[in-house]
Design a protein around this ligand. Structure first.
Ligand code: KIV
Ligand code: ZN
Length: 510
């Protein structure tokens, strides 16, 4: 049977210690509610002695976030423990987390205390906190650099004093996975009363090993793991919650462990923490980075299209990410282009696809990413290059300051001569209405511009227009020395695109 791992989230405490990540009370509350939705077991909501604001934030969370255990941090000092208790008192399930450094370097230089004094202070702190709540966690700070025999003695003593959880921090991210795994293994075997407490781990990422160290600790008997959303935290941060959870989920065959995390909320939680702390998530961040499910190489895209599992070990929807992204760029192949065009509604024949692919490659060499709009333009150009559909035969216009403008337009379509009359707000409007009568499509003009592309009195004018036809935007361009003729040609150019799409039952893509 799979063993349950307790997820202890410290985004609001160690995470908030990230340089520049200070959060307001209301923001902490918003994150705490999201962590509850995500399914974390313990929320370390803050370090109440650090500031009155922090105390108030922990109190607010304790009062209102029901479900997870709400935990507050305290040094092994009475005043810290009193403040922590004041903050978590309203919680239905409250925990006080006391810590004291046990490594030689911390004891000698920071605390200026000998081993015996440290041992005594740790036990007294646990006993003092125990008067307030039953759920006490103790952390021997800098455990990974602590003399193992002394560490085992401290762990045994705090468990005897009533600690229900003993957390083993790799405070400065110094441990190497194999070594940290051995430390946890030895704790599980050499500490006499270890079965009376949960062994937890808290790894920092100074060498980029926080997740690896945490996972190996779990493999060797740790039942609680401390982590943060997006891996934020002091210096290089803490072990990232989403990476730990997804590693255990994806490799259940290896870990045989489970958590209560609803992984489909991981992405949104990550976005929220990033937005509120102002710490952006790198695109290549595992699990929730914007590139985590984006494939650019042609070989990979082809593989994904044939069988997703060839290049994806998790599904984007498992972490609430949306869809796999095939980024179309210069490394993409014909298969990926074909699939994307099909999604856009263009079902091209082999020779059309070949031409579109050649144009796409030229474009991809100039542009880093080719977006759907670019693709539409490539295909529409290709279709229009196959020949004009609506050919202008003649134009006759009646216009003047005292007259309602009228137009007669003659077109050749499908080897037939067609003609229509219309009046409008101006000569161009009258022409467009006459064209609509012939084509049967109704275009609503949203953009119109005319510019000269040669110089002199007989300058060639180019009309560029944007139309809405059947709810979609179509563009058109036309040139002539006569501005009205250029405008009508632009309109017919747009109508050719509508025709090609419509004749392929693709009008919704235009
Ligand atoms: O890194 C650390 O040692 C800590 C303790 C307070 C658990 O954050
Ligand atoms: Zn820490």
């Amino acid at each position: 049977m799979k063993k349950q791992i307790t997820i202890f989230d410290t985004t609001l405490r160690d995470g908030e210690q990230s340089p520049g990540a200070s959060l307001r009370k209301s923001e902490k509350f918003e994150i705490a509610q999201q962590l509850h939705r995500l399914g974390v077991d313990v929320i370390e909501a803050g370090f109440p002695i650090a500031s009155p604001d922090d105390l108030e934030a922990v109190k607010l969370i304790s009062k209102n976030v029901k479900g997870p255990v709400i935990c507050a941090l305290a040094r092994s000092l009475k005043k810290d423990i009193d403040a922590a208790y004041r903050a978590v008192k309203p919680a239905k399930r409250a925990r006080i987390h006391v810590f004291l450094a046990t490594s030689k370097i911390h004891m000698r230089y920071k605390l200026k205390k000998a081993e015996g004094e440290i041992l005594q202070q740790a036990v007294s702190a646990v006993k003092y906190a125990k008067k307030y709540v039953d759920d006490i966690q103790f952390s021997p700070e800098d455990a990974s650099r602590t003399d193992p025999d002394f560490l085992f003695r401290v762990i045994e003593a705090v468990i005897d004093a009533g600690a229900k959880t003993v957390n083993i921090p790799d405070t400065v991210g110094y441990a190497i996975p194999d070594e940290f795994a051995r430390l946890i293994y030895n704790i599980m075997r050499r500490v006499r009363n270890v079965n009376k407490a949960v062994i937890s781990v808290h790894c920092h990422n100074d060498l980029g090993l926080a997740v690896a160290n945490s996972l190996l600790a779990i493999k060797n008997g740790a039942c609680q793991v401390e982590c943060t959303i997006n891996g934020i935290g002091e210096r290089a941060g803490n072990a990232s919650l989403e990476e730990i959870v997804m590693a255990m989920r994806t490799r259940k065959d290896f870990f045989n462990k489970k958590t209560d995390i609803k992984t489909k909320y991981l992405y949104n939680t990550s976005r929220m923490v990033s937005r509120l702390t102002g710490i952006i998530v790198q695109p290549n961040k595992a699990v929730i980075g914007s590139n985590a499910f984006a494939h650019e190489a042609g070989i990979h895209q082809d593989g994904i299209l044939k069988k997703r599992a060839t290049y994806e070990i998790m599904q984007p929807k498992d972490v609430g990410f949306g869809e796999t992204k095939l980024v179309l760029g210069k490394h993409s192949g014909k298969h990926a282009l074909f699939v994307r065009l099909k999604k856009l509604g263009f079902n091209l024949k082999e020779d059309e696809l070949k031409k579109a692919f050649n144009k796409f490659k030229i474009l991809a060499d100039k542009k880093k990413h080719v977006y759907d709009e670019d693709l539409k333009a490539v295909v529409e150009d290709e279709m229009c290059a196959q020949g004009e559909i609506y050919k202008l035969q003649y134009l006759y216009i009646e216009s003047g300051t005292q007259h309602v403008p009228k137009a007669t337009v003659g077109l050749e379509f499908d080897r037939k001569q067609l003609k229509a009359n219309a009046s409008g707000d101006g000569p161009v409007d009258a022409c467009y209405k006459a064209v609509d009568k012939i084509t049967g499509f109704r275009g609503r003009l949203t953009d119109y511009s005319i510019r000269s592309i040669t110089s002199g009195k007989d300058a060639l004018g180019e009309a560029s227009i944007k139309l809405i036809v059947k709810g979609k935007v179509v563009t058109g361009r036309g040139t002539s020395t006569d501005v009205i003729e250029a405008s009508v040609k632009a309109y017919l150019n747009a109508m050719d695109k509508v025709y090609w799409a419509h004749s392929r039952k693709l009008s919704q893509q235009l």
